[in-house]
Write a protein that binds this ligand. Sequence first.
Ligand SMILES: Cc1cc2nc3c(=O)[nH]c(=O)nc-3n(C[C@H](O)[C@H](O)[C@H](O)COP(=O)(O)OP(=O)(O)OC[C@H]3O[C@@H](n4cnc5c(N)ncnc54)[C@H](O)[C@@H]3O)c2cc1C
Length: 410
Amino acid sequence: MTDIDVLIIGAGPAGAVSSAYLNKMGYKVQVLEKTVFPRFVIGESLLPHCMDHLDAVGFLPNIKKHGFQLKNGAAFYKGDRRLEFMFSDQHTQGWSWTWQVKRANFDQILINSAQEQGVPVKFNCTVTAVNCTKDVQTVTYTDGDGISHTVTSRFLIDASGYGRVLPQLFDLDAEVSTIPRGAVFCHIHDTKRTSQAGENIFIHSFRQNQAWIWAIPFSDRTTSVGVVSDVEYVKSLHADGGKGFLEHIRTFPDLKGRFSEEELVFEPREILSYAKGVKQLYGEGYVMCGNATEFLDPIFSSGVTLATGSGYNAALLVHKHLQGETVDWQGSYEDVVRRGVDVFRSFVLNWYNGNLQTIFFAKDIEPAIKKQICSVLAGYVWDETNPIIKKHKTILQTLADYIKLTEAQN
Ligand SMILES: Cc1cc2nc3c(=O)[nH]c(=O)nc-3n(C[C@H](O)[C@H](O)[C@H](O)COP(=O)(O)OP(=O)(O)OC[C@H]3O[C@@H](n4cnc5c(N)ncnc54)[C@H](O)[C@@H]3O)c2cc1C
């Protein structure tokens, strides 16, 4: 006999979605969360596909009440040229909108929604040790008073995000092949927001595609602005209170003249070497989801959608397992999650090698191809009817080569 059925480590999006589903299926669940919510976390621009997962666990009515900034597309800049993708014009039949959110508020709404549905959540409780066997998972955690507790469960979900509890305890971290990158960012009062900047995220690439800047407008007239690049460059922008960063962001179209230093919501912060890999996503008695698995790069705002998607899928399979069904964790979970991550990986690699810029800023971007790309940008990376997804490993290079050749001939 165990104390509970399923223990979930972490109350971020992956933990909130997985715990809500299993609670709905009648299991005795428990979420343990290290911090006290609301807590800051980066990752503010959502993708439409995460709406499917949030809808499936009944979170949307509560989120809608908050009045987050609607997001119905994304814009990319190269110099003064701008290309806009609208999610209403995409290959996959799916959501055409989502939100841009301050994660402190958003994550609190998600976990509060799970609590309203009956999920017990213990905040200020840090998981420190785990022992997994076929039938009994033993988890040790320390509460806010420093007192150690032990709880047993039939199954364990690691949704600890950047905390990476099981990858660290079970030595599952894997090497990442991309160069270490980082980000320097802040929130700024944005009372002079331009109409061109609109409501959606926009991204400029610079330094020969090795750096990019995001601007994510929120509904309260503040905006998140950040620069991503190699660690050394990010450190140089962050030095001296982020002086270089603040000077730099004022030079971009649509950001010029919008911000002054007095208008910072918080001082520039940096996050370095966030990319992580993992050797395996499941084992006897446990499964990992969200950022506790793999996180490559924020360029396509995929993190929360991969977290809600993997959290939801993990929970469906934990349910089957607890019903006594044989679950093919490799085929039904790990391979599926990795397939989606790999599509984003191809996009990330082709972003930094310049192929995507060649495609985005071709003289004429083929409408069908634009729709297919748009579905990836909307997070629908498991739609095998999308040719860009089916051939993601090679097609972006082929397209970029073709565009370069035809433009050189004309
Ligand atoms: C620069 C940058 C920009 C980004 N931009 C975007 C974006 O625009 N859109 C997007 O979708 N994603 C973005 N991301 C990614 C996003 O931050 C993550 O993918 C997302 O937060 C993952 O959600 P999660 O539920 O897996 O983990 P988290 O949100 O990290 O939640 C995990 C929770 O587990 C808790 N925890 C950790 N350790 C323990 C422990 N030992 N015991 C108990 N609890 C623990 C933590 O306190 C935390 O609350 C960005 C990332 C970076 C680095």
